[in-house]
Design a protein around this ligand. Sequence first.
Ligand SMILES: Nc1nc2c(ncn2[C@@H]2O[C@H](COP(=O)(O)OP(=O)(O)OP(=O)(O)O)[C@@H](O)[C@H]2O)c(=O)[nH]1
Ligand SMILES: [Mg+2]
Length: 447
Amino acid sequence: MFEVLTDSFRGAINKIRFADDNRALKKAVDSLKKSLLKADVHHKVVRELLKNIELDTKKDGIGKENFLKAIRHHLTQILTASGHYGFVYSSKPPTKVLMNGLQGSGKTTTTIKLAHYLKLRKKKVLVAACDLQRMAAVEQLKQLSEANEIDLYYNEDEKDPLVIAKEALDRANEGLYDVLIVDTAGRLAIDDELMNELNGMKNIINPDESFYVADSLTGQDAVRSAGTFNEKIGITGVILTKYDGDSRGGVAISIASQLGIPLRFIGMGEKVPDLEVFIPNRIVGRLMGEGDIEGLAEKTSSVITEKDAKKITSKIRKGEFNFNDFLDQMESVKKLGNMKSLIGMVPGLSQYASKIGDMDLDNSPDMKNIRAMISSMTEKERLTPSLLNNSRKKRISNGCGLSQMEVNRYLKQFKNAAKMAKRFSGKGGLKNLQSLMSGNKGPAGMR
Ligand SMILES: Nc1nc2c(ncn2[C@@H]2O[C@H](COP(=O)(O)OP(=O)(O)OP(=O)(O)O)[C@@H](O)[C@H]2O)c(=O)[nH]1
Ligand SMILES: [Mg+2]
């Protein structure tokens, strides 16, 4: 993920101690070189990048600021391959998207993630199940689309994926859909059969976007196979999946610089919300540990409106935050996906992203218990937490199957969390959070 590169950038920058020190710059550049190579960036790209960074830093005067500026500038330039970013809608809906890629690269998962992403943005989306290679492929899509309330077109009586693609296109036109996403079969390796099928599909649906879905864990292989797909069928963008795993991160830089095809989205986890738009200057901001406030705002605005956010903040400030608000907030946070990548977007907090483990809010035993506890409360109790006296607590504990001690512990946690939130919702909130996370006791008010 990003933080591996971010940490090594920081390491390199810190090697420059004094202005006008050629030796320090050499050391910093060397350290950058090592980390870029380790991150799987192609050696030719590394050489070119470092040459430019060194030249610019010398020209502007050796120092941390100029070194940083040069890295930022040249990284952005590399990542800004010709083309556009994010999702582009056709002027004549439906916008037709063909998903291509090798077996297991993440096509089906990404199809659903993309459909969900577009649905959050109020688009009417139809997914077409055109993978007839794998027995369970249609079933996998059925389950995923049902769970996420996404419209799916499939036809289990038909053996020809091209026919299904045509039927799905007709359905998308008739149903006035904004977007049609066609999931296709993968193969273990690039072969003529696959290329013929995809080319046939392309002729039938005439896609506005042909996305190559690449597994970032395969490193330079992903870059090579994307190149072949582009030659044989033509692709308009790359989606890198599994960027949350042990991916070395540099593959994003390689795709853009070696292929000249824009990277459009990144998959950051197995769950449906774990898809992020790839916008070069924002990503560079994150790589440099500066966060990505625009990305964060965009992500949160898709699950919580500004008005709701203001309402919650005011409730927190007044100490009126109740159990219903708590459940609502949990639902919203869940829709945002991977916590680690969210923290990385907050300016000033991104350096802590690597210290945070993968949090699974929904499936943690505590969350399940808290949910059970709240569902055993009456509506009045949920709205007015201060009502909870001993006899009420006893009833709740019987209702949810937790011991009274556990109920007390969760209630205390809720109280503390509400107090804490009150503190952070005021001025200096971010500073308080920063000092808390860096292990300091924080300013006096924090204790
Ligand atoms: N951690 C992580 N896992 C992912 C991501 N994207 C996909 N996966 C996992 O990768 C596996 C393969 O994903 P699929 O979407 O089924 O891949 P596919 O390309 O459709 O595979 P075929 O249809 O067999 O060609 C699944 O277990 C997914 O959960 C990601 O961004 N992060
Ligand atoms: Mg699939």
